[in-house]
Design a protein around this ligand. Structure first.
Ligand SMILES: Nc1ncnc2c1ncn2[C@@H]1O[C@H](COP(=O)(O)OP(=O)(O)OP(=O)(O)O)[C@@H](O)[C@H]1O
Ligand SMILES: [Mg+2]
Length: 403
């Protein structure tokens, strides 16, 4: 009877602590909450948790409850640096919950009360990894019995799993942060490279072909009366050079439309539609709002590149007869929408589409994320495709007077 009562009580304590761990949002909250419960439910005077860093082999105080005044004083200075329990844990000699570990910290802090110079310790271990230690200061004369120690070990394991999970989560978040930063640099570098190549083509190749055209014109004029056949051939070659210059201009504009840098997003969209979409024979509905001036350069670039990829996809894949393009401002959002009435596709794709190394749709999403926006791809076979980008506009400083 006595035994089952103890077991039931321990089960309740354990459940209560597991609950705290599960519902906490941060590691700090989880450790604080669990430690408060342990101190309260196990009749303990004080408690603290050190986290262990495997790489630096150092301990850091992560939570504490009812620390004796002398340990809490001076910003908890006495809680830094090594103590016996830390050393035992580091050396792998503390593998289970124990009742009494002599503590130099307590000895120094409470010289008047030698009965409080020891604490119980519970190693926090999960999957053979030691992640910290839970120390509990018991009232004089109190010691945990074997059942309580076993329960504390289980609690220690739960705490260790929570700590491991939080560290993993942090690591993933850091990786995501690094990935985003790399992607951002890559895209900025890509834009710069495109700008440089466009400039080179314009300044060098463009000039050479222009000079070639002028010289061909002159030659054709010079030989025109003497050799009609040669003049006709020269004009034909000039026609080819003209065509090449046109293609080169398109390439330059495609690489980095000067109109985007010089005049901004809306004129760049209009120019692109006139140059590429209308000539392709599509019925175009273009609706662009006045965005109230220029937007930050990276936002204009992201918006334009998403628009450009969406339109290119329509021309390449959709077999559409109609395209609807919108660039508008909705509250604090810049909306870019490209909708076609073409063949559509399955945006989630089957396993075979996951393998394909296409970058367009992926790149749209990446670019949008870089400015904290998003891209929605709505499509189904036979019903056309809508690409909807939502990009946050810069927050206007209310203190700045309206222009
Ligand atoms: N508007 C659209 N209509 C029909 N199918 C589309 C449309 N947009 C995309 N798709 C389909 O989705 C696929 C992936 O598009 P995505 O832009 O990622 O790659 P891509 O255009 O094939 O190559 P790239 O990497 O050069 O952009 C396309 O190959 C096409 O099958
Ligand atoms: Mg594409």
């Amino acid at each position: 009877m006595e035994r089952s009562f103890t077991e039931a009580r321990q089960m309740l304590i354990f459940r209560g602590i597991a609950e705290v761990l599960n519902r906490s949002f941060t590691l700090r909250e989880a450790l604080d909450g669990a430690l408060h419960r342990i101190v309260e439910l196990l009749d303990v005077q004080a408690g603290w948790i050190f986290l262990y860093d495997q790489e630096t082999r150092e301990f850091r105080l992560a939570a504490d409850v009812n620390l004796p005044g002398a340990l809490a004083a001076a910003g908890k200075r006495r809680m830094t640096g090594d103590c016996r329990c830390n050393q035992l844990l580091r050396e792998g000699r503390l593998t289970e919950a124990v009742n009494l570990i002599p503590c130099a910290r307590l000895e120094q802090a409470l010289p008047e009360t030698p009965e409080l110079h020891r604490h119980a310790s519970v190693p926090l271990i999960a999957q053979d990894e030691t992640v910290g230690i839970l120390n509990l200061l018991l009232p004089h004369g109190r010691a945990f019995n074997a059942d309580e120690l076993a329960m504390l070990e289980s609690i220690g394991h739960e705490l260790a799993v929570t700590i491991q999970r939080a560290r993993l989560f942090d690591a993933v978040r850091n990786q995501e942060h690094v990935r985003r930063e790399l992607m951002q640099r890559l895209l900025v570098a890509q834009e710069e490279e495109r700008r440089r190549i466009a400039q080179d083509f314009h300044d060098h190749s463009g000039q050479i072909v222009t000079a070639l055209i002028i010289q061909l014109d002159q030659l054709a004029a010079d030989v025109g009366s003497k050799n009609k056949q040669l003049a006709a051939d020269l004009r034909r070659v000039r026609g080819l050079a003209d065509q090449f210059l046109d293609d080169l201009r398109k390439l330059i504009y495609d690489l980095r439309p000067p109109v985007l840098d010089d005049l901004g997003l809306v004129p760049a969209v209009r120019w692109y539609v006139d140059s590429y979409v209308r000539p392709a024979g599509l019925d175009v509905e273009l609706q662009v709002d006045d965005l109230g001036g220029r937007l930050p350069q990276d936002l204009e670039t992201v918006a334009f590149r998403i628009f450009q990829e969406a339109v290119t996809n329509v021309l390449r894949h959709a077999r559409a007869s109609r395209i609807e393009i919108r660039v508008s401002r909705k509250g604090e959002w810049l909306i870019v929408m490209v909708r076609d009435n073409g063949v559509g596709f399955d945006p989630d794709g089957g396993p075979e589409s996951q393998d394909r190394r296409t970058l367009g749709l992926h790149g749209m999403r990446e670019r949008a994320q870089l400015v904290d926006g998003s891209v929605q791809i709505l499509s189904a076979n036979g019903v056309g495709t809508t690409i909807l980008a939502r990009l946050p506009l810069p927050v206007l400083d209310s203190a700045t007077p309206a222009q």
